[in-house]
Design a protein around this ligand. Structure first.
Ligand code: HEM
Ligand code: HEM
Length: 195
C-alpha cells in the first residue's frame, strides 16, 4: 500500500509527517520571536495582555503538536521498512546522513520539551496553553528564581535550539539538493512524491 514505506521509497504517511512538520517549524520559529517581542512590549506598560495570551496560546499549541507528531512519526518509522540509502554512497556519507537525521529528531524533542519545562519551572504564574486550555500540567517542578533548574536554565537551551537547527537544516537541505542535482539518485524525489 502507498501509505507504507518500501525498501526504496517513503510511503505517503511518512512523507506527510516530514512536510507537515517542516511547515509547522517554519511557522513556529518566527511565531516564537514574535511572542517574545509582544511580551517585551507588554512589560513596558503591564496593560492589555490579549496579544501575549494569543501568541502564547498559538506557540504552545503548535509546540505540543510537534511533540505529539514526532512521537507518532517515530512509532510509524519503527513499524515500517526504512528505505535504504542509495548504494552509491560511501560509508562516511551514510554515517553523516544518519547522524544529521538523528540530531534533527533529537531537536524535534528538545525544542518543545525545553519550552514546556521553562514555563513549568517559572516561579511566577504563566499559563501553559493547549488549544485555549490554559492549565497544561507542569513537566518539571515550579522552583524559585535562584534555583539551578529555573525558567532561565531551560529557556537558554530553547533559545539556542534555532542556531543548532539552522546548521543541521543547512546541511540537510544542502544534501537533499546535492542528491537531486549532482548525484541524481532520486533521494529528494522519493521524499517528495514517493517512487
Ligand atoms: C517545535 C517546537 C518549538 C519551537 C520551534 C519553538 C521556537 C521558539 C523560538 C524561536 C523562540 C524565540 C527564542 C528567542 O527569543 O531567542 C521561542 C521562545 C519561547 N518558547 Fe518556544 N518553541 C517551541 C515549542 C515551545 C513550547 C511547547 C513551549 C511551551 C509550552 C514554548 C515556550 C516558549 C517560551 C516560554 C519562549 C520564550 C523564551 C525566552 O524567555 O526567551 N515553546 N520558541
Ligand atoms: C524542519 C525542517 C526539517 C526537519 C526537522 C527534517 C527532518 C528529517 C528527518 C529526521 C529525516 C530522516 C527520516 C527518517 O530516516 O526517518 C529527513 C529525511 C529527508 N529530508 Fe528532511 N527535514 C527538514 C527539512 C527538509 C528540507 C527543507 C528538505 C529538502 C530540501 C528535506 C529533505 C529530506 C529528504 C530528501 C529526506 C529523505 C532522505 C532519505 O530518503 O534517506 N528535509 N528529514
Amino acid at each position: 500500500m502507498a501509505r507504507f514505506n518500501t525498501a526504496n521509497s517513503w510511503g505517503s504517511l511518512a512523507r506527510a509527517f516530514h512536510w507537515v512538520m517542516l511547515g509547522m517549524i517554519v511557522i513556529q520559529i518566527p511565531l516564537g520571536f514574535w511572542m517574545v517581542e509582544v511580551y517585551e512590549a507588554y512589560t513596558e506598560t503591564w496593560g492589555d495582555d490579549t496579544w501575549v495570551m494569543r501568541t502564547s496560546n498559538a506557540h504552545h499549541t503548535i509546540g505540543f503538536l510537534v511533540l505529539g507528531l514526532v512521537c507518532l512519526r517515530l512509532a510509524w518509522r519503527a513499524v515500517n521498512t526504512t528505505p535504504d540509502l542509495p548504494a552509491t554512497l560511501s560509508r562516511p556519507q551514510r554515517w553523516l546522513a544518519r547522524a544529521t537525521h538523528a540530531f534533527l529528531y533529537v531537536l524535534l524533542f528538545v525544542y518543545p520539551l525545553t519550552g514546556w519545562a521553562s514555563l513549568s519551572a517559572y516561579e511566577g504564574e504563566f499559563p501553559i496553553f493547549f488549544f485555549g486550555f490554559d492549565s497544561m500540567p507542569r513537566l518539571v517542578p515550579q522552583v524559585a528564581e535562584d534555583a539551578t533548574f529555573n525558567y532561565e536554565f531551560f529557556a537558554i537551551i530553547h533559545r539556542y535550539c534555532w542556531r543548532v537547527g539552522a546548521v543541521l537544516l543547512a546541511a540537510h537541505a544542502g544534501a537533499a539538493l546535492w542528491h537531486h542535482y549532482v548525484a541524481k539518485d532520486g533521494v529528494l524525489r522519493r521524499m517528495m512524491h514517493g517512487q
